[in-house]
Design a protein around this ligand. Structure first.
Ligand code: GRF
Length: 194
């Protein structure tokens, strides 16, 4: 299955998905990285792995719709079937949502619906919760509101610092996202054949 990953930052999840593909755990191919920050480390990771990059900076377009039309043209060019958001710091708008209905996934570092939006790890830490976690969900028009596909808990011990929590969340993300992507790929393949 042809995949595109969208990232704005470091891209450690992007890298985990590349590894899972190389190990045969995810049966897909990343055709494209879409990035809205030219200096993002995710771009370096893509270059290292020979993955084409489409960098699109929102403010250089006349509108968000025009930005998404440009992204959509690239996705079509690469025959992308499933879009994976991995630290992409923008809401997806109607152009992409209607072209990729039920075909856009996101990962969020909390047990949604708790702590949506920015700095979910900081929010959870400040709230003093004893359990947080990771959610993978389909993307809809809201902020971290789409149907949940998978969740995994991460315990927060009394002695944990926010850095410990960050590390523990990331460790879970790097397992859960590839696993869930493969599940979704199987589901799509099943529904196409039936
Ligand atoms: C992850 O924590 C993910 O849950 C959130 O953004 C972060 C991206 O991290 N959506 P990375 O760029 O994959 O390292």
């Amino acid at each position: 299955m042809n995949l595109a990953v969208f990232a704005s930052g470091s891209g450690s999840n992007f890298e985990a998905i590349i590894e899972a593909i190389n190990n045969g755990e995810v049966r897909g191919e990343i055709k494209l990285l879409v990035c809205d920050h030219p200096g993002a480390y995710a771009v370096k990771r893509a270059e290292k792995h020979g993955i084409p990059v489409f960098t699109a900076v929102l403010k250089t377009f006349a509108s968000k719709a025009a930005f998404e039309e440009a992204v959509l043209a690239e996705l079509r060019k690469h025959e992308v079937e499933l879009v994976i958001l991995a630290g992409f710091m923008r809401l997806i708008g109607p152009v992409l949502l209607s072209a990729y209905e039920q075909r856009i996934l996101n990962i969020h570092p909390s047990l949604l619906p708790a702590f949506p939006g920015l700095d979910a790890i900081g929010q959870a830490f400040a709230a003093g919760v004893k359990v947080s976690g990771v959610t993978v969900h389909y993307v809809d028009a809201g902020m971290d509101t789409g149907p949940i596909i998978a969740q995994e808990c991460v315990k927060i011990d009394e002695s944990d610092t926010i850095e410990d929590l960050q590390r523990n969340i990331q460790r879970v993300e790097h397992q859960l996202y590839p696993q869930t992507i493969q599940q979704v790929i199987e589901q799509i393949k099943g529904s196409v054949h039936s």
